[in-house]
Design a protein around this ligand. Structure first.
Ligand code: ZN
Length: 136
């Protein structure tokens, strides 16, 4: 059985997010009714049930709210990094976002650690967001 995990599925609903990753920009859907960002992008805003949104750049800064150690790669390109840490980040501007953490030894990893999003071209076709400690 092939253990390789599929690459992220790009659907019409989240194409703007992945297109932003290719430009190394965090692009999130913001509700046009209440102004709050939300992922997944549809079909309605979880805060006000508004059904229209616009995609805008977000800062990508936030703090770690939880993490886990991954022993099976989420993507084939990450296999050489095993085991690695995946963090859930409470974005300053946006929802919680889950991605790999790089550049942070376990000794400094903690809830509340300030991080920023970075982008890695893991294949010629796929760019994924990751987090690294925010440099003051
Ligand atoms: Zn809303």
């Amino acid at each position: 059985m092939d253990q390789a995990k599929p690459l992220p599925r790009i659907s019409p609903d989240n194409q703007a997010f992945w297109a932003g990753c290719k430009r190394h920009e965090l692009v999130l859907p913001f509700c046009t009714a209440c102004g709050k960002p939300h992922l997944p992008p549809g079909p309605v805003c979880p805060f006000c049930l508004g059904d229209t949104l616009e995609w805008r750049r977000a800062s990508g800064h936030g703090v770690v709210s939880s993490w886990t150690v991954v022993h099976q790669p989420w993507f084939p390109a990450f296999k050489a990094d095993l085991p690695y840490n995946v963090v859930q980040v409470e974005l300053a501007e946006g929802p919680r976002l889950t991605a790999n953490l790089v550049g942070a030894p376990n000794a400094v990893l903690r809830v509340g650690l300030p991080v920023e999003v970075v982008f890695d071209d893991v294949t010629p076709d796929v760019t994924l967001p990751r987090f690294r400690p925010l440099t003051p």
